[in-house]
Design a protein around this ligand. Structure first.
Ligand code: DAK
Length: 258
């Protein structure tokens, strides 16, 4: 498929989606979100791909949903058309790990998209924020919910109420991002992390992802029980035998994803 707003690349076993609307700081319009849905569908269906990276430009991961597109809606049309809802959730149902590699601005829907990914790798120049309040709207793609879970009520409330941006150092300190890397090495670092995940047993990476995500949706005792069921299930895989044999034989494991 030819993409208008994305650059797609497969590097080793990593599917890379680069947002590509440079003139609008990668503002997330309907076409881009449709294309991202299609790209994620393709990568998910491709057995050669273990892991996915979403990245923008040096200046902007994404400066939010496209305000020029949003402006045209009123309540009746937003409600009846379920404004920009259907193509925003695809990343959250992806079973393969998805890494957000954020350089520059990740604002509004851009910050929300990054938070929908499994973890965020931030460049030193990254800036996160939910500035929707300056436009006379609240966050609409999970910003008040996910940001609060990442950084706690006080900081999330302050950011959503004032529109203040958080830099990479503060984002790492607050638990929003996994790690901060030099700005010019962001893509290389993202590929390295992805390669390290690609070398693991794919069904087990899926189990880990499902289990960590369950921590957000369940009580602790139910989450631990869910983890226990997956743990026992992993003992039915050939990869469990390979991983343990490799350890005992002091060699690298070669997983078959079985
Ligand atoms: N939309 C459209 N165009 C944008 C944009 C955006 N979000 N952000 C930047 N641009 C465009 C600018 O209009 C400008 O275009 P031209 O004027 O050159 O044609 C170009 O990108 C460069 O921007 P600036 O000239 O402003 O660049 P600066 O370096 O001076 O400033 C900035 C960078 C990021 C601080 C500034 O551009 C800015 O404040 N941008 C807007 C940030 C913002 O308010 N974002 C939140 C948008 S609302 C939902 C899903 C998603 C959402 C809601 C619901 N559902 C699933 C229901 C999300 C909503 C939002 O994200």
């Amino acid at each position: 498929m030819a993409y208008e707003t994305l650059l797609i690349e497969i590097s080793d076993q990593t599917g890379i989606i680069r947002l590509n609307r440079p003139d609008d700081l990668n503002a997330l319009n309907n076409t881009l979100m449709d294309e991202m849905t299609a790209a994620l569908d393709d990568f998910e269906a491709n057995d050669d791909i273990g892991c996915i990276v979403i990245i923008g430009s040096k200046k902007a991961f994404a400066a939010g949903a496209d305000i020029k597109e949003l402006k045209a809606f009123d309540f009746a049309s937003a409600y009846q058309k379920d404004l920009i809802s259907k193509n925003w959730e695809r990343v959250t149902s992806c079973r393969k790990p998805v890494i957000a590699a954020v350089s520059g601005y990740a604002l509004g829907g851009g910050c929300e998209l990054a938070m929908m990914c499994d973890f965020i790798l931030a460049a030193e120049n990254a800036k996160f924020g939910q500035p929707e309040i300056n436009l006379g709207i609240p966050p609409g793609a999970g910003g008040t919910q996910r940001l609060t879970r990442f950084v706690g009520k006080s900081k999330a409330m302050e950011m959503c109420l004032t529109g203040r941006f958080m830099d990479a150092e503060e984002a790492e300190r607050s638990g929003l991002v996994a790690r901060v890397v030099p700005t010019d090495s962001l893509m290389d670092e993202a590929k390295k992390v992805a390669a390290s995940i690609n070398a693991k047993s794919r069904p087990v990476t899926m189990m880990v992802k499902e289990s960590v995500n369950a921590a957000y949706e369940t009580a602790l005792s139910q989450g631990v029980l869910f983890e226990r069921r997956l743990f026992h299930a992993a003992f039915a895989t050939e990869d469990k035998d390979e991983g343990m044999e490799a350890f005992i034989e002091k060699r690298d494991a070669h997983f078959k994803n079985k």
